[in-house]
Design a binder for this molecule. Structure first.
Ligand SMILES: [Zn+2]
Length: 218
């Protein structure tokens, strides 16, 4: 008696799945993108292999730049253009405390690099609006927010005083007088700076831009 076992549903499903998998692992020729062409892919792959050590090396090297005199990061601004008591002022919106200073000026007044450094991020955030992050001396990140325009790209090297954008009211500063929100964050924690203020423990990562800027030797 001839007996043929019925091909049951689960075997059919498994066969279908293996067919799908075969396509995923070994896509049909017409789906092979330019990126998988060996000549293009190879240098890209070797680059990716070194990106993490590369970034770490950049952080180390940038940190070794001697800290120079700092510029007020708004061209033409003086110390009368920011409130000297707003660093760590609270309560301050959704952030709790104000982790920087606001330097006021005219819309589109040039925003310049406070120190030398490497542009590590250029983004558009809900709170900060158009922002630029610069890795400066001593492993510190300089954060420039609420810009009207960003004029730098990631990986760009900046000299102190070089234009990075223009003053604006982007992000949650919309409708307020144009100002630059400027923060200095340390990649190396400084636990001796911790205080009992609101979010005082975070002070190990934030420096007072006001103190840094008024120490200008002028
Ligand atoms: Zn601010």
């Amino acid at each position: 008696m001839h007996f043929q076992p019925p091909l049951n549903q689960s075997i059919k499903r498994a066969l279908r799945w293996s067919n799908i998998r075969k396509h995923l692992v070994d896509p049909p020729k017409q789906f092979v993108s330019v990126a998988s062409f060996p000549a293009i892919n190879e240098p890209y792959r070797s680059l990716m292999k070194y990106w993490l050590p590369g970034i770490l090396l950049l952080i180390v090297l940038t940190g070794l730049i001697p800290a120079e005199e700092m510029n007020i990061p708004v061209k033409g601004a003086t110390k009368a253009d920011w409130n000297h008591k707003t660093f760590w002022y609270g309560p301050w919106g959704s952030s709790g405390v104000h982790k920087g200073i606001d330097i006021f000026g005219l819309r589109d007044q040039p925003v310049v690099a406070a120190t030398a450094g490497l542009v590590v991020s250029v983004r558009n955030l809900s709170k900060g609006g158009k922002v630029v992050y610069v890795l400066g001396p001593k492993w510190r990140i300089h954060y420039y927010a609420h810009l009207n325009s960003q004029m730098v790209f990631v990986g760009q090297w900046l000299s102190p005083g070089e234009v990075i954008g223009s003053l604006g009211d982007s992000g949650n500063a919309a409708g307020k007088p144009p100002h630059l929100h400027y923060s200095i964050m340390s990649l190396l924690p400084m636990p001796w700076r911790i205080t009992f203020e609101t979010q005082g423990w975070k002070k190990m990562f934030y420096l007072s831009p006001h103190k840094k800027l008024i120490n200008l030797k002028k």
